[in-house]
Every structure is written in structure tokens, then in C-alpha cells.
Design a protein around this ligand. Structure first.
Ligand code: C5P
Length: 662
């Protein structure tokens, strides 16, 4: 299956509904390994089905561990037949992708058991440090060699003679996974003495170590934690299957939805958005993210097996900024970096040095992509500061995701800003949450658009203005942009067939709107735009693809809260294909000519009905026959022939359709 290049996200006005979280990646990979090494079989439910768990499962099978079932079905358990600390396969070549939660613990387990194993991954994995873990394992007699650059995978693991006579030492300030890897594997030694592990440096990501201890306990192994600096594995430790185990929902993944349920209230529609799969008793450290959100002003409700975001606390307009220590929540901290764009003061995220050695250098990636949106950001070795954005600061952007699932997921929240957003390589979320963008779409409430298309003089403009006024929405008369481009071209002497020149002109069109008037370069051109000469010129240049492209961004930028009624020729088919309601307005050429004739006469413009009809037919033909965005009803547009309807009846009908759809 090929991965799509990009995904376009419309600006959002709110988020509501409910989401079932996928299983926790951290718990899934820990319990898969523990179950594989334990005595007895373990029935696991709620396992995450993703790239990272798949590499772990494939590796366990390659090592001869029997696993029945697959994690695809949340209800059907996976049965892991533990090997009782004796792997059936003494040799294997293991490809572990970019899964740190597989590479580190498997390296430790295989090194302690001994054999002839190769451990390797994608190129980025070969840049992620493992030297501190290898040093700790070598110090107790394990045989491990680097096959590439010293300090990094790939690794060759041989048959050493591990013995623990003295406390083991391991560094804790680069990645907590080194300590986790040791703690998960040391029971394999079956030591009759206590084993002590001492941590060098300040231990980071402590909640992940707490999770390791909790999982070990489920498999019958007690580890005493002495102030996060010394850990003691009791004598005679041995992994024993708990029989059955349910994996919690992924707390890091919850962060995006909880934040979405809060950010929606910037436009008055926050939540309720219920996230199933975690609650106040969850073991994962990233549950703390929800507490941080509450401290910043979010209103959350907690239940049995769920958390619900209900917007901002009463009296709050925005989330608070400030200094946030993220040492314990490195993954969910990325979500905070994006929500900080919507805060009321700068936010400084501290304690995030580990971001540098994750799937990508996340500090660099975050800085680059936030700036791409127009944000003010700065960063240091272990911190990042983000300033809130004003509406006018935002730039439509295509976000690069660095093959990092969390970059893709947290940037989806930027769609609460007033611009179009493109996420590149959205498929990278498969690492931990393959269905992320479907789940996001199911709770996202895009800024609603009512698209009204139809031929000239069909009454689109009147209908759009009336409906927008009734609904309190903004209005876009897209024809005025083509007309304004035409007027400027006529004034500046740009030929009507000079496609590059016209596209350039359209891309920098100094157009604005005030009190229903159209301004061009500050001048009120409302009347000038309505002339037949400008109308005909507009219809001529509207056939030029590059000009149409140049006007696309300007049109989409009008999609702002609380919503937009847009009229034109291609609103439903090209500009806003996801419009909540699309209406295609028609009337016979004769009916429209008669209306236009009356309009012109009332404006004191002398003409004949024959001339008007001829011009109108010519324009219909041009609009319908051009090679791009030819005027045609979108497949899902509702046709509306208003020949026999007056304006009030037409408006009433469209309002009724709108209410049915939204
Ligand atoms: O709707 P109006 O008559 O103001 O539009 C002027 C011209 O601009 C139309 O004849 C049409 O060729 C072009 N147009 C377009 N696509 C739109 C709106 C207008 O091609 N969405």
C-alpha cells in the first residue's frame, strides 16, 4: 500500500464526540516482551496494532515464541505462550524499524540470554544512542558488538557470561529506556541474590520507569525504588504470567483529543469530547498531560475508563501560558507546544532534552514547523518557548512531519488556526496510531461552508447575502475577485491573455471588504466591478488555470469562524469540496436575462434585452466550456431552479436545507 503524500485539513470551529483510544504503545511492547519471556501463557486484550508493536511481535515470532492471534481486533485477545526464560531460537536477524521500545529491551534480554542475534532498524534508529545500555550490559559480562558506528545500532549479540556480583550502573539522563530495558530483562538471570541497579545522572521520564515497575509487578517481580536513583530486584525474581492482562488506552494519544476538546472553545464550541481508554487511575505518565491542561485553564471531567474535555473553565477566553516542566511527560509535551499557539501568554516547555534523540530531533522539528505557520518560537538545548499567535500572524502552511508520528498528530491541532493546513506524509502516524486522522476527522467540526454555485444572473449573490445575514455567517462573493483582477488588469494595461502576468496580479491582489463594499488598493470599486465590460473581462480571464490557482488561497482564507456562505461557479466543486451544503442555482437563460435587464435599467444603464441575452449566453458558454473548474454542479450539490420562486421562498428553502445538514 502506498502512503499518501499529504492530507489537507480545513480550519476548525470546534471538536466534539467520543474517541476510543488505541492501546498504549509503552504498555503493549512491555507486556509483549514480558509475556514472551515468562512462565506460562498470557492472554492480552487491548494491545496496540501499529508499526512499533508489529516489529515487536515479528521479532518474538522470529525468536520462536508462539503468539496466537493478532492485535487488530480490540475485543479478541492475543495469546502469548511464554518461553520460561529459554528462547527457542538461538539465532535471529531482527529488523526493528524505528521502535525504541523494541530495540532497547530486546537488546538487553537477548544479551542476558546469549545467542547469535543481530539487532537493526531504519537509518534513524542507527542514529539513536544505545551506548549507555551496551556499556551496562558489557560490564556484567554480556557479549555485544557494534556493527556500525560505536554507540549505536546495528548490534551483534553473542554468548557472554553475565554475572552480577556488584551493583549495575546505567545512565538515566539520556533515555529512561536503558533502565527500563535492564529492569525488564534482569529477572532472566534467575539470580538468588538481590540485584541492584544504580542510575548515573538525573533520571528523566520517570513515569515510564514507574510503568515498567508496575508491569513487572503484574508478572510477579518486585523491584524496590529508592528515590529513582537505586533500584533493587529481589532475590529469586522470576517472570510468571498473570494469566490475563488488559492494556490501557494510550495516554499520549489522548493528549491530541483532549486538547482539541479544549481549543474548540476558542470559537465558542469546546467539547464535550470524551476519550475512552484512560482515567484517573491510569498507570501511564502522560495522563499527567490532562492535569497540566487543567492547570492551564481547561475544564475536564473524569469518569471510570474515560476523560472528557469540556472546553475552557468559566471566565477563561484562552489557555494560560507560563513555564511548564515537561521532564515527566516528554511525548505529550509536544501537544503543549502546539496548544501554546492559542494561549494568552508565552509558554516555555522545559526539561525536553530527550526530544533531541527521539524519532527525529524534535526540538529542531518543532521550531521549524511552528515558524512555518508564522509563529514566534525560540529554543535551547532542553527547552522551547512559543508565543501565542494573533489571527493575522497565521500563514497557510504545509507541515513537514520528519517521519515522526507525533509531529503529524500534534500539528493537526493547528487546524484551530484561521488557515488551511497541509500535513505531509500523514501515514507516519502508523507507528502508534494508524487510524489517527480518521478518529480526528470524526470529532473535528470544520468551519462550516455553504457553497452556492450557478450561472451568471441566477441570483446567487442575493441569495448568499440573505442566507449569510440570517445565519450570522461571513460571505464570499468569489466573482468579485475575478472582477477585481479584471479591473486591475484593465487599469494597468495587462493583456487579458497574459496568463503569467494575470496570475501574478491575482496573487497580490490588494482587495479588501468593508461594510459590504469592495476595496481595491483602498478605493471603493463596488460599482466599477458591476459593469458589463468588467464582467466580460472577468469571464474571459477566469478560463486561465494559473489565474484560478492564484485566487484559490485568497478564497479559502475567507473560511473563518463562525462560517462562510460562498457564491460563484466552483465553490462546491473546487474551492470548498467539503462544504456542509452545496446548492446549484439555475434558471433558464431567458429568465436570467430578464432579471439582469431590469437590474441594468434600474441602474440607469441603457441596453436591450436581446443584447443582455446574447452576452449572458456567451458567458454561460465560456464558464461551462473552459478546461479548468468548468461550471458544473458538484456531484453532491442540490439543484435549485428558482424560475418560479421569489427571493424569500428561495432563501427559506436553502435555510431549511442548511438546518437539516448541520
Ligand atoms: O459571478 P460574477 O458574474 O460576478 O463572476 C464574474 C465572472 O467570474 C464569471 O463570469 C465567471 O467567469 C468568473 N467566476 C468564476 N468562478 C467563480 C466566480 C466567478 O469563474 N467562482
Amino acid at each position: 500500500m502506498t502512503r499518501p503524500d499529504c492530507l489537507d485539513l480545513p480550519p476548525l470551529i470546534g471538536a466534539a464526540g467520543s474517541v476510543q483510544l488505541p492501546g498504549s504503545k509503552s504498555i503493549s511492547n512491555r507486556v509483549l516482551l514480558l509475556a514472551a519471556l515468562a512462565d506460562g501463557a498470557t492472554e492480552l486484550t487491548g494491545l496496540l496494532d501499529s508499526d512499533d508493536t508489529r516489529v515487536m511481535l515479528d521479532a518474538l515470532r522470529a525468536l520462536g515464541v508462539r503468539v496466537d492471534g493478532s492485535p487488530g481486533d480490540p475485543a479478541a485477545p492475543v495469546l502469548v505462550h511464554g518461553c520460561g526464560a529459554r528462547l527457542p531460537q538461538g539465532s535471529a536477524d531482527l529488523f526493528l524499524g524505528n521502535a525504541g521500545t523494541a530495540v532497547r529491551p530486546l537488546t538487553a534480554a537477548l544479551a542476558l540470554l546469549g545467542g547469535d542475534y543481530h539487532v537493526r532498524g531504519v537509518p534513524r534508529m542507527h542514529e539513536r544512542p544505545i551506548g549507555d545500555l551496551v556499556d551496562a550490559l558489557r560490564a556484567i559480562g554480556c557479549a555485544i558488538d557494534y556493527r556500525g558506528q560505536p554507540g549505536y545500532p546495528p548490534l551483534a549479540i553473542g554468548r557472554g557470561k553475565p554475572r552480577v556480583d556488584a551493583p549495575l550502573r546505567v545512565r538515566g539522563d539520556v533515555s529512561s529506556q536503558f533502565l527500563t530495558a535492564l529492569l525488564l530483562s534482569l529477572p532472566l538471570l534467575g539470580s538468588q541474590r538481590d540485584i541492584e541497579v544504580e542510575v548515573d545522572g538525573l533520571l528523566i521520564s520517570r513515569p515510564y520507569v514507574a510503568l515498567t515497575l508496575a508491569m513487572l509487578e503484574r508478572f510477579g517481580v518486585r523491584v524496590d525504588n529508592h528515590d529513582w536513583q537505586r533500584f533493587v530486584l529481589r532475590a529469586g525474581a522470576r517472570l510468571r504470567s498473570p494469566g490475563q492482562l488488559r492494556v490501557e488506552g494510550d495516554a499520549s494519544s489522548a493528549s491530541y483529543f483532549l486538547a482539541a476538546g479544549v481549543l474548540g472553545s476558542l470559537h465558542g464550541r469546546g467539547g464535550p469530547l470524551r476519550v475512552h481508554g484512560i482515567d484517573a487511575s491510569s498507570l501511564q505518565g502522560d495522563v499527567e498531560f490532562a492535569r497540566v491542561l487543567e492547570r492551564l485553564g481547561a475544564s475536564l471531567r473524569w469518569g471510570d475508563g474515560w476523560v472528557e474535555a469540556c472546553g475552557l473553565q468559566p471566565g477563561r477566553q484562552r489557555l494560560a501560558g507560563g513555564d511548564i516542566d515537561c521532564l515527566a511527560i516528554p511525548d505529550a509535551a509536544m501537544t503543549l507546544a502546539v496548544t501554546a499557539l492559542f494561549a494568552d501568554a508565552p509558554t516555555r516547555l522545559g526539561g525536553i532534552a530527550s526530544w533531541r534523540v527521539k524519532e527525529t530531533d524534535r526540538i529542531h522539528a518543532m521550531l521549524t514547523e511552528l515558524r512555518r505557520l508564522g509563529a514566534r518560537v525560540d529554543a535551547g538545548d532542553d527547552w522551547l518557548r512559543v508565543w501565542p499567535m494573533r489571527d493575522e500572524d497565521w500563514r497557510a502552511a504545509s507541515i513537514h512531519t520528519y517521519d515522526d508520528h507525533r509531529m503529524a498528530m500534534c500539528f493537526s491541532l493547528a487546524s484551530f488556526g484561521p488557515v488551511d493546513l497541509r500535513i505531509e506524509d500523514p501515514g507516519c502516524v502508523a507507528k502508534t496510531f494508524p487510524g489517527y486522522f480518521d478518529a480526528f476527522a470524526s470529532i473535528a467540526r470544520p468551519v462550516p461552508v455553504l457553497a452556492i454555485d450557478g450561472p451568471t444572473a441566477s441570483g446567487k449573490g442575493t441569495l448568499a447575502a440573505r442566507v449569510a445575514a440570517e445565519l450570522g455567517l461571513r460571505v464570499l462573493d468569489s466573482g468579485s475577485l475575478y472582477r477585481a483582477t479584471a479591473l486591475r488588469a484593465l487599469r494597468m494595461g495587462v493583456a487579458l491573455d497574459d496568463e503569467p502576468g494575470l496570475a501574478e496580479l491575482a496573487a497580490r491582489l490588494p482587495v479588501g471588504w468593508r461594510d459590504g463594499r469592495v476595496l481595491l488598493d483602498g478605493d471603493d470599486v463596488t460599482e466599477a466591478l458591476r459593469s458589463e465590460q468588467v464582467g466580460n473581462a472577468a469571464s474571459t480571464i477566469a478560463a486561465l488555470p494559473r489565474l484560478r490557482d492564484a485566487l484559490l488561497g485568497l478564497q479559502r482564507a475567507q473560511r473563518r469562524a463562525p462560517g462562510l456562505v460562498a457564491d460563484g461557479r466552483d465553490m462546491g466543486s473546487v474551492v470548498f469540496p467539503d462544504a456542509a451544503l452545496k446548492v446549484f442555482l439555475t434558471a433558464s437563460a431567458e429568465t436570467r436575462a430578464e432579471r439582469r435587464y431590469k437590474q441594468l435599467i434600474s441602474q440607469g444603464i441603457s441596453t436591450t434585452i436581446t443584447d443582455v441575452l446574447r452576452d449572458l449566453r456567451a458567458r454561460d458558454a465560456r464558464d461551462a466550456s473552459r478546461s479548468v473548474a468548468a461550471m458544473a454542479a458538484a456531484r453532491d450539490a442540490l439543484p435549485l431552479d428558482n424560475a418560479g420562486l421569489d427571493v424569500d421562498a428561495t432563501v427559506a428553502l436553502v435555510l431549511q436545507w442548511w438546518r437539516e445538514r448541520t
